[in-house]
Design a protein around this ligand. Structure first.
Ligand code: ATP
Length: 270
């Protein structure tokens, strides 16, 4: 089924921390059922933009609509349609996988009689059913990410918003996370808005991307369009480097404790 309403629409969105414009006149439209990547280096403004979209920061200037709902006017209605996986850890290491997801089912107000089934369903969807009874503290970094995905999915969101979903993961775990994201789009028609600074991943897994630098969108298009405009043989990294004048690094595989410190450092909370 084709939906005509835009999944996420930002119109001249601006957000200031004091005098500093973290997001500066951003306009973008995410289409229903696409995987849209917001790309940029640390400090580009990606997380701030995402937080505005998921209603965790108040819109100061401009507008955000999620499936036509103005998040400033009706944040509760907007929230009901979205699932959000923040960059910071949202899984509790002292709970089992199942308990973590059950907690989110309660937070999202999933009807009591449906909770057990929904929790089992999403754990199965992310491949964690066999490990549901284990403490999250014993999970690998990739399993933690998939658990967080399950937490966000228990609400059956139309829009899934992921902030750096593969940061700190090894290449195999990263592929697994992307496989699950791709599966969701294919089976449920979920719209995905994702931030990343891994250009190769964006190239491979996003339908369209927007490059963000110093609070502004510098280029938007399919990865193929952006590469072609840059010149023959160009990579998305080349496109990005031209706009940002910087290069983006790689990460190695990590476990729960290491990923916590990586994500803390990545979010500036040291
Ligand atoms: N709470 C805050 N107070 C003041 N400035 C902030 C705050 N949060 C972010 N900023 C600043 O706003 C700008 C954008 O930050 P933001 O976290 O949105 O970038 P980002 O692209 O998501 O980077 P990262 O990948 O590191 O999260 C940066 O210059 C940052 O220092």
């Amino acid at each position: 089924m084709t939906e005509s309403v835009t999944a996420v629409e930002c119109v001249d969105l601006t957000y200031r921390f004091g005098e500093h414009r973290a997001v500066d006149g951003v306009s973008l439209a995410v289409r229903p059922g696409e995987v849209f990547g917001l790309l940029g280096p640390n400090g580009a403004g990606k997380t701030t933009a995402i937080r505005l979209i998921v209603t965790l920061l108040p819109v100061q200037q401009g507008a955000v609509r999620v499936f036509g709902v103005d998040v400033r006017r009706d944040p509760l209605r907007a929230r009901r349609m979205l699932g959000y996986v923040p960059q910071q850890l949202s899984a509790d290491p002292a709970l089992t996988g199942l308990e973590n997801v059950a907690l989110f089912a309660r937070l999202y107000d999933v009807p009591r009689r449906e909770r057990r089934r929904r929790v089992a369903e999403v754990l199965d969807k992310v491949g964690l059913a066999p490990h549901a009874g284990r403490l999250a503290a014993t999970y690998s970094g990739g399993m933690v990410r998939r658990l967080e995905l399950a937490q966000a999915l228990v609400n059956r969101p139309r829009l899934l918003v992921l902030d750096e979903p593969t940061i700190g993961l090894d290449p195999v775990a990263r592929d697994e996370v992307w496989d699950h994201i791709g599966g969701l789009v294919a089976t449920e028609g979920t719209t995905v808005l994702v931030t990343t600074h891994y250009m190769e991943e964006a190239d491979q897994h996003c339908d369209r991307v927007a490059l963000m630098h110093l609070g502004r969108l510098r280029a938007t298009g399919t990865p193929g369009e952006l590469r072609a405009a840059e010149g023959e043989g160009a990579t998305l990294e080349d496109v990005f480097r031209r706009w940002a004048g910087t290069h983006l690094g790689a990460e190695t595989g990590e476990d729960f404790r290491a990923i916590r410190s990586t994500r803390r450092a990545a979010s500036g909370r040291g």
